[in-house]
Design a protein around this ligand. Structure first.
Ligand SMILES: Nc1ncnc2c1ncn2[C@@H]1O[C@H](COP(=O)(O)OP(=O)(O)O)[C@@H](O)[C@H]1O
Ligand SMILES: [Mg+2]
Length: 317
């Protein structure tokens, strides 16, 4: 079974709620940024529930709309549309007696929301092209990285559907708000990687943990896991120090050089003007033409940037 790393007060209180809700078929809405562990938590709720031996069926609500959406969720009968060569079950039927995980539920197309709500209320539906009412017994857990209440306000998500889904809301905070867990997670993921790749588990220097704690992790736990996997695969040593971290990661900590745009422009224009003047042997008319500016503009820029050239177009300093 997958382990869910807690090590912070917020996560421990989340787990208490999880233990409670797992026992009952109550609808749970998991919210949190991408990569915070919503799907993993949904699986844990399922595994702690009386439905643990039955299927856990995840479905991404964001990729389909209209009939395709209905087909994916409710299935179809043979011949119900071109290409429907045999009867096909939808996710609701596949998840019968188990748990249906509605991922990115904010993306259920507005046109499908009414029918969807009805099914979530009585768990009865027709397959596309069918006339036999199918009845299923599924537990619903949904997840979103959007603010659903806000979507409701904007008219993009039905309010009744929202209340149906979020009987118990659980919010998972971003990794940057629970940095105390980073140390333990690093150990956990390296254990996992060592097992997966049959390679000894490396140690990690305190400097690396320190750097990790100073980073914001926009991709949350998924980003941390992926970074560790990359470092783990690419290094054969038995310790991970700062030198082992990829440079594109370390860039986040480097001071940016001054990037005054006016200065950048002055330097680039000066270089171009000198180059052209030099090639045109100091002929300002022709240089202006090549630079696609008027001779007047060229004179102005020479003045303004303090560029002085001799008759042959060489820089006089
Ligand atoms: N608390 C945690 N402990 C261990 N692994 C975690 C934890 N949170 C997330 N992960 C791992 O991080 C990755 C992303 O998690 P996932 O559940 O897919 O996030 P989300 O659904 O919110 O985008 C997965 O590999 C998951 O196993
Ligand atoms: Mg996800």
């Amino acid at each position: 079974m997958q382990q869910f790393i807690l090590s912070s007060d917020v996560m421990r209180s989340i787990m208490k709620v999880v233990h409670q809700v797992a026992k009952y078929d109550v609808n749970v809405l998991l919210t949190g940024e991408s990569g915070t562990g919503k799907e993993l938590l949904a699986r844990i709720i399922h595994l702690q529930s009386p439905r643990a031996q039955k299927p856990f069926v995840p479905v991404n609500c964001g990729i389909l709309s209209g009939l395709m959406f209905e087909d994916k969720l409710f299935g179809h009968e043979k011949g119900s549309f071109t290409g429907a060569i045999r009867r096909e079950k939808g996710c609701f039927e596949t998840a019968d007696k188990g748990t249906l995980f509605l991922d990115e539920v904010s993306e259920v197309p507005v046109e499908n929301q009414v029918d969807f709500l009805r099914v979530l209320e009585d768990f009865r539906f027709l397959r596309l092209g069918g006339n036999e009412l199918i009845e299923v017994d599924v537990r619903i857990i949904s997840a979103t990285n959007k603010d659903l209440k806000d979507q409701v306000k904007k008219g993009l998500f039905r309010q009744d559907l929202f209340y149906r889904l979020q009987v118990v809301p659980i919010h998972i905070p971003p990794l940057r708000d629970r940095k105390v867990v980073i140390h333990k997670m690093v150990g956990h993921f390296l254990d996992q990687l060592a097992t997966t790749y049959k390679k000894p588990k490396p140690t990690v220097t305190p400097e690396v943990i320190d750097v990790f704690c100073h980073y914001d992790w926009p991709g949350n736990v998924r980003e941390l896991r992926n970074l560790l996997e990359r470092v783990f695969i690419l290094n054969s040593g038995d310790a991970i120090g700062l030198e082992q971290l990829p440079s594109d990661f370390l860039w986040h900590f480097e001071e940016l050089p001054a990037m005054d745009l006016a200065e950048v422009k002055r330097k680039a224009e000066t270089r171009a003007i000198l180059n052209v003047l030099n090639r045109m042997q100091g002929d300002k008319e022709r240089a202006a033409k090549t630079l696609n500016i008027s001779p007047r503009t060229l004179r102005y820029k020479l003045n303004r940037y303090g560029i002085k050239v001799d008759l042959k177009g060489n820089l006089l300093s």
